[in-house]
Design a protein around this ligand. Structure first.
Ligand code: ZN
Length: 423
């Protein structure tokens, strides 16, 4: 192991923070790992496998999980098939398999190819290759569970008994509000040997309205019946509220980008000429939980009051304050997001929601007022924070909920009823 890399062993169960480095984010992470900045894991897309090779190798033995995302969901949808870099993977040939094929030999072979890659490339956790579901009755739900059970068996057969399998559940939010469909999902997942459910609810994300936010939290509480960690994928800044309210035990996030799970984009044919476009990182205004372009950040920070109100004051994060925020927005984002999650985890579970609403959301709503007068781009942010504040306060009045199970990425070895049988 690189002597610069410190072993990151959490002293108590932490809430999970998984980050998904984009194509150009490996250097910022290599630097942060060397400083001992702790996250639960990095999710590495198959399509960037070669580019992230060094980063992946740095994670080995470092206490930070390297989670393989096979990008199978992308491969098996119309919009995802044109993404560059997906052609070379052995599981690509199963992307068009039918649900009934996947319940048979094709499913076994798919699981075996994924398990082979986990083993040979030293990944320490894996996202099961699942589909974007139309609803809970989608035939691929059954097929995905079968393949996931095969994957567990194939990992065990290779001696990877401690490698957790996370299950990406991508489904319209409305489906889980239907009690019949929710029961189907709970029954279906309860019988699987899983280590977490990664929730890709749509539509949802950083710009979620108050009703969507309320429903997400209530859905997370319902899924908590599974006794598994729930990880909110692509939830953006609002993922922190989901954690504070006990709806999820972990969040997953891109690096200043990818703040919502875009199911529509996956279902829509894409122009292949556009697939090489890499968006510029945005500047994270952590005090109000918002992202802006570098140009807007520069304009905002020409105002001294804005520097005082929204600038980074952590010298170990941004040595030169707002100049560092703008110059290296990815570093600032990762460090701030890590400390935001730690701050929620540092509060007793039954006080997290109240503390979060009062110390973060209310404060953000107040600070965003003057900011929106300096940069009009922040007007929607201010409105959103005010609406979130109202929704979350109403939820607080409903009373306490059980704490979520921290999504730190270990194998869950509880005795589970009715193990899903393979074969
Ligand atoms: Zn900073």
């Amino acid at each position: 192991m690189n002597s610069q890399l410190r072993l990151l062993q959490p002293t108590k169960p932490r809430l999970g923070l998984y980050l998904r480095p984009g194509r150009n984010d490996h250097t910022v992470f290599t630097a942060l790992l060397a400083e001992g900045r702790a996250v639960s894991g990095l999710v590495l897309d198959a399509r960037n496998l070669e580019r992230h090779r060094q980063l992946r190798e740095n994670l080995i033995g470092n206490g930070v999980h390297a989670v393989l995302d096979t990008d199978f969901m992308e491969m098996s949808t119309t919009g995802g098939t044109v993404l560059a870099g997906l052609d070379t993977f052995p599981w690509r040939r199963f992307a068009q398999a039918t649900a009934s094929q996947l319940r048979g030999q094709a499913g076994r072979d798919l699981a075996a190819t994924v398990a082979d890659s986990v083993a040979t490339l030293d990944f320490s956790a894996v996202l099961a290759p699942t589909h974007l579901l139309a609803d809970a009755r989608d035939p691929f739900f059954g097929a995905d569970r079968t393949v996931t059970a095969y994957l567990r068996a194939e990992l065990d057969r290779r001696g990877h008994l401690d490698t957790p399998v996370f299950y990406p559940l991508a489904i319209p939010a409305a489906s889980l509000r239907d009690p019949t469909q929710l029961a189907l999902i709970l029954d279906g997942l309860r019988s699987l040997d899983l280590d977490a459910v990664w929730l890709r609810l749509h539509p949802f994300g950083a710009t979620a309205g108050p009703l969507a936010l309320r429903h997400y939290i209530e859905t997370g509480w319902q899924l908590g019946q599974l006794g598994l960690p729930i990880v909110g994928e692509h939830t953006g800044t609002i993922g922190l509220a989901l954690m504070a309210f006990g709806a999820v035990g972990g969040i997953e996030s891109g690096i200043t980008l990818g703040e919502r799970f875009d199911a529509q984009a996956l279902n829509r044919p894409r122009d292949p000429r556009g697939s090489g476009y890499i968006p510029q990182p945005r500047v994270y205004l952590h005090e109000i939980g918002a992202f802006v372009s570098r140009a807007v950040a520069r304009r905002l920070f020409q105002n001294r009051q804005m520097i005082a109100a929204l600038g980074c004051r952590d010298g170990s994060c941004c040595r030169e304050g707002v100049d560092s925020m703008i110059r290296d927005p990815r570093r600032h984002f990762v460090i701030r997001r890590t400390s935001e999650v730690e701050r929620i985890g540092g509060v007793a579970p039954d006080a997290r929601a109240t503390t979060y609403v009062n110390d973060v959301v209310r404060r953000g709503a107040v600070l965003s007022g003057p900011a929106a007068r300096v940069a009009l781009e922040l007007v929607p942010v201010q409105r959103r924070l005010e609406r979130w504040h109202g929704t979350l306060e109403a939820l607080l009045r409903q009373g306490q909920r059980p704490a979520p199970i921290p999504a730190v990425g270990q194998r869950i070895r509880t005795a589970r009823p009715k193990p899903y049988s393979v074969g």
